[in-house]
Design a protein around this ligand. Structure first.
Ligand code: CA
Length: 417
C-alpha cells in the first residue's frame, strides 16, 4: 500500500535515534525475499564471499573480514520488533523537536558557521537543515550506535527477509573497508548498518561521503566536518532545490475541503490561496505556479503544512512524512522561527492490531487502503478520507474515534446482512 507512490531510494535503512522503520522499508520487509531458501549461516557466508569476489572485492578482504563475520541473533530481534502502538504525529514530533535539540542545534550552527556557509554556497543546502538532520539522526553525534556493522549486515544478509538489500550493502561495506583502509572493529553503528554522525548506509557512504576537513580521509564517525559536507552532498544529489524551503505551517479556513490534502496531489500556491489557505498570521501565502502539497498529519484539529519539492528530497533520505516535518520544523526553529501555531492535539492511541482491523474493515467496505499493515500511510489516509466523506464526517483522513467506530459498526451491519 505504501511503497507504490513513494520513492524507493533506500540508501539508508533506518535511523538509529528514531528507531522507526520507514514506510518504504516496512513494505519491502514484507515483500522481498519471502521465498528465498534458508541455508545455514556458514553456508550463507561462503555464498556471500563468492558474491563479494565476483563484485571485485579482494581475496584478502573477503577472507579476513567476511571470514570472521559473526551471526548476531539480537540483530534479527531488532529487525522483527514491531511497536505495539501506532505512532501518532504528536507523539513522534514532541519526542524529536525538543528544546534541547533546538538549543544544541543553534550551538552547532554557530560553531560551524563559516564552514556551513561554504557548504551552502557549494551544495545549495542551508546550514540549519544540515544541523537539523545531524540532530535528528544522532543527537549531533551523541548516539552513533555501537553495533558491529559487518556482523550486523552479514546477519541481515543471511536472513531471508531482506537478503538482497543487505547483501548489496554488505558488499558495499567491504568496498568501503578497502577504499578507506578501515579497521573493522571501528565500524560500528545502528543494528541495520547505518554509520557515523549522519547514519549513512554503506552505499551512501561510498557514493556521497566527502572529506570535509581535508585530512585525506573520509571519516563519518570522528569528523563533524566530513559528516556535514557528506550530508550536503547527499542532499544535493537527492534533488535539493537551492533557494527554496521545505514547507511551512499554514492556516485553513473553517469550510476547507480536506479531501484536497495529501502528498500525492500537489497544487499551485495560487490554487491554495484561492481555497482560503493563509500563513498562520493570517497573511497571504502569495501567488504563483510553485507546487505544494497540503499535509494534515494530526487531522483537522492539528497543524496544516504546505510542503514543496525539498520535502520530497528529505523523504528520499528517510521516507516518512513525520520525519520530513520534524527535520523541516527543527531547521526553522534553529534559525529562530516560531513554534507551531496550534498545540499538538490529544489523539486516540491505537494498537497495531486495532489499526489493522480498521484497515481490514475499510478494505471490506471497498475503500482500498492496501495491506492491513497497521501503518497510517498515504493509502490509508486516502481511504479514510473517502470513507469519512461518504459518512458526512470531516474528511481529514485521520482515524478519529468517531471515524473508527463508524467504520467498525458499519462493517458489522454489512456482515449481518
Ligand atoms: Ca576527513
Amino acid at each position: 500500500m505504501l511503497a507504490s507512490s513513494y520513492f524507493r531510494v533506500c540508501f539508508r535503512f533506518t535511523t538509529l535515534v528514531l528507531a522507526t522503520v520507514s514506510l518504504t522499508s516496512f513494505a519491502q520487509l514484507q515483500a522481498e525475499d519471502h521465498q528465498a531458501p534458508v541455508v545455514s549461516f556458514e553456508q550463507c557466508v561462503v555464498d556471500l564471499q563468492q558474491q563479494a569476489l565476483s563484485a571485485g572485492v579482494s581475496q584478502d578482504t573477503v577472507t579476513s573480514v567476511l571470514g570472521s563475520a559473526k551471526y548476531l541473533a539480537k540483530i534479527l530481534e531488532y529487525d522483527r520488533n514491531q511497536p505495539e502502538f501506532v505512532q501518532t504525529f504528536p507523539g513522534y514530533f514532541s519526542a524529536r523537536v525538543t528544546p534541547w535539540r533546538i538549543d544544541k542545534g543553534r550551538e552547532m550552527l554557530a560553531k560551524h558557521q563559516e564552514f556551513l556557509a561554504q557548504l551552502t554556497q557549494q551544495y545549495g543546502v542551508p546550514g540549519h537543515y544540515l544541523v537539523a538532520f545531524w540532530g535528528l539522526e544522532t543527537n549531533f553525534g551523541g548516539i552513533k550506535g555501537k553495533m558491529p556493522i559487518i556482523d550486523s549486515l552479514t546477519t541481515l544478509a543471511c536472513d531471508p527477509r531482506r537478503s538482497t538489500f543487505f547483501s548489496k550493502e554488505l558488499i558495499q561495506a567491504l568496498r568501503l573497508v578497502e577504499r578507506e583502509n578501515l579497521d573493522v572493529s571501528d565500524m560500528v553503528g545502528s543494528w541495520a548498518g547505518a554509520m557515523g554522525h549522519t547514519q549513512f548506509m554503506p552505499t551512501a557512504y561510498l557514493t556521497y561521503a566527502k572529506d570535509g576537513d581535508g585530512d585525506g580521509k573520509i571519516d563519518l564517525w570522528n569528523s563533524e566536518l566530513d559528516a556535514l559536507e557528506s550530508a550536503a552532498n547527499f542532499l544535493q544529489n537527492l534533488g535539493w532545490q537551492a533557494g527554496y524551503r521545505w514547507g511551512r505551517e499554514v492556516s485553513l479556513p473553517a469550510n476547507f475541503d480536506y479531501q484536497l490534502a495529501g502528498k500525492s496531489h500537489p497544487q499551485t500556491l495560487s490554487f491554495w490561496a484561492k481555497q482560503g489557505v493563509t500563513n498562520t498570521d493570517g497573511n497571504t501565502i502569495g501567488q504563483g505556479e510553485l507546487l505544494a502539497a497540503l499535509l494534515i498529519p494530526a487531522g483537522y484539529t492539528g497543524s496544516a503544512f504546505l510542503v514543496y519539492s525539498n520535502f520530497d528530497t528529505i523523504l528520499r533520505w528517510n521516507n516518512s512524512e513525520y520525519y520530513g516535518i520534524a527535520v523541516g520544523h527543527l531547521a526553522d526553529r534553529i534559525v529562530g522561527k516560531p513554534d507551531l501555531s496550534k498545540p499538538l492535539p490529544e489523539l486516540p492511541k491505537y494498537t497495531l492490531l486495532e489499526m489493522q482491523a480498521f484497515q481490514h474493515k475499510l478494505n471490506e467496505l471497498g475503500y482500498e487502503v492496501g495491506d492491513a499493515d497497521g501503518i497510517l500511510g498515504p493509502a490509508t489516509r486516502k481511504g479514510v478520507r473517502a470513507f469519512q466523506a461518504k459518512q458526512g464526517l470531516i474528511a481529514d483522513g485521520y482515524p478519529s474515534k468517531e471515524t473508527v467506530d463508524s467504520a467498525m459498526s458499519h462493517a458489522v451491519t454489512e456482515t449481518a446482512l
